[in-house]
Design a protein around this ligand. Structure first.
Ligand SMILES: [Ca+2]
Ligand SMILES: [Ca+2]
Ligand SMILES: [Ca+2]
Ligand SMILES: [Ca+2]
Length: 128
């Protein structure tokens, strides 16, 4: 009887664990779980998202929301360089401005790729 009870409790624990652990995964260890994290692969505890597209500044250089970081985005970045009023192009965390070299460094790395990933917009074009 006791052994059956122990086996049942163990089975329940093992069965329940993945379900409990899955949604709580925090891949980038920034304290925000993946499915609530607007940059799930990059540590951004402040979750700054200037343009409000659910893709955090730290992983969003796709300013025209085309789904790809391309020439139009580069043009927008160039126009914002040195500015403290166009902080959607500021990719530091937290966002402080002005848009500068660190942001350019991020932009170069992101050029030609998709923004994100964001855990809050999984599957959308703007931020996969
Ligand atoms: Ca996280
Ligand atoms: Ca994050
Ligand atoms: Ca954004
Ligand atoms: Ca774009």
């Amino acid at each position: 009887m006791k052994r059956t009870l122990v086996a049942a409790v163990l089975a329940l624990l093992l069965w329940g664990m993945p379900a409990l652990a899955g949604p709580q995964t925090d891949t980038d260890l920034d304290g925000v779980v993946d499915n609530s994290d607007n940059c799930s692969d990059d540590a951004n505890p402040d979750q700054d998202d200037t343009d409000g597209d659910d893709c955090g500044n730290l992983c969003d250089a796709d300013y025209d929301n085309s789904g790809l970081v391309g020439f139009i985005d580069f043009s927008a970045f160039s126009n914002a360089y040195g500015s403290s009023s166009d902080l959607g192009k500021d990719h530091t965390e937290p966002v402080t401005g002005p848009v500068g070299f660190i942001d350019f460094s991020f932009f170069s790395g992101a050029y030609g790729s998709t923004p994100g990933p964001s855990g809050t917009t999984a599957g959308t074009t703007a931020c996969p």
